[in-house]
Design a protein around this ligand. Structure first.
Ligand code: OAD
Ligand code: ZN
Length: 254
């Protein structure tokens, strides 16, 4: 089976890297962006420029953020997150590059040095002017007490934004450089649960492939990078990664 092929690629590999997208978290009950019913099919994303320029856009962004946080409160890591964390502990995986902002790789026990979040993290907020961190509980309290006004930074009065990267916003440069280095240095690159249409993120699997790594794509739908892959597994991520850990003799998936 394809999972057997994947297990044998892992046995030959000495430096494997996983690259994850929203598809690894759907089993945790968090919808992805582009599947039917996905987040971007319900609401268009608010571009960074709009967020900066308009209080109304900031208010709308926070409204949506709190609504989503309420519906996915208590989301727990799924089999995919747990499998990857177990593979890191067992020495089968060097690291995880994630586009996700849901903190579920950390919740699954992935050690910080083995995780790169290239689209930021949605569990806290920062000031766009001075960088000061603000907790979501503080933001929410301000937001609600003011009848839905977007809160400004306590230190400098700048706009406070969820610590995620929006369309039009600069990528975290050092993290992106590190992710590029992991991609070109690995010998096996596993793209998991991403439609692979958002750049520069989707350039990482290509960079890995061009540097000689085996490229594997696990995704239930086709992606534009399927032609570049050595192995494509169009199946459920939880099933595949659970099966993979079993074949690699890794336990403790709970
Ligand atoms: P997408 O929603 O674009 O893609 C998720 C993919 O996962 C889809 O192709 C699904 O078919 C697949 N999928 C979902 N559940 C699955 C499952 N259980 N088993 C197998 N496949 C499954 O999400 P991303 O590629 O992560 O960026 O999106 C990339 C970026 O676009 C995000 O990081 C976000 C978004 O806009 C920013 O916000 C900057
Ligand atoms: Zn500030």
């Amino acid at each position: 089976t394809a999972t057997d092929d994947l297990a044998s690629l892992f046995r030959q590999s000495s430096r494997a890297v996983a690259f994850t997208g929203a598809g690894i978290s759907t089993e945790s009950g968090i919808p992805d962006f582009r599947s039917p019913g996905g987040l971007w099919t319900q609401n268009k994303p608010i571009p960074f420029q709009a967020f900066i320029q308009s209080r109304e856009a900031r208010a709308e962004a926070w409204r949506r953020k709190f609504t989503m946080d309420d519906s996915y409160r208590g989301a727990a890591p799924a089999r995919g997150h747990l499998a990857l964390a177990a593979m890191i502990r067992a020495g089968h995986l060097s690291g995880i590059i994630t586009q996700n902002i849901d903190n579920l790789h950390q919740d699954a026990g992935t050690p910080d040095p083995q995780l790169i979040e290239i689209h930021g993290n949605g569990t806290y907020a920062t000031c766009l002017a001075c960088g000061r961190r603000h907790e979501l509980s503080w933001v929410r309290q301000r937001f609600e007490a003011s009848g839905g006004e977007p809160p400004d930074c306590e230190a400098c009065g700048g706009p406070v934004k969820s610590a995620t990267i929006s369309f039009g916003q600069a990528m975290p440069e050092a993290k992106m450089r590190q992710a590029a280095a992991w991609s070109t240095d690995c010998d096996l690159f596993l793209a998991i649960g991403s439609s692979l249409v958002v750049y520069p993120a989707a350039g990482l699997p290509l960079a890995a492939r061009e540097s000689g790594a085996h490229l594997v794509i696990i995704n239930r739908e086709e992606t534009p990078l399927d032609e570049a892959a050595h192995l494509i597994i169009r199946a459920d991520i939880g099933e595949v990664l659970e099966g993979l850990t079993r074949r690699l003799g890794i336990g403790g998936l709970s």
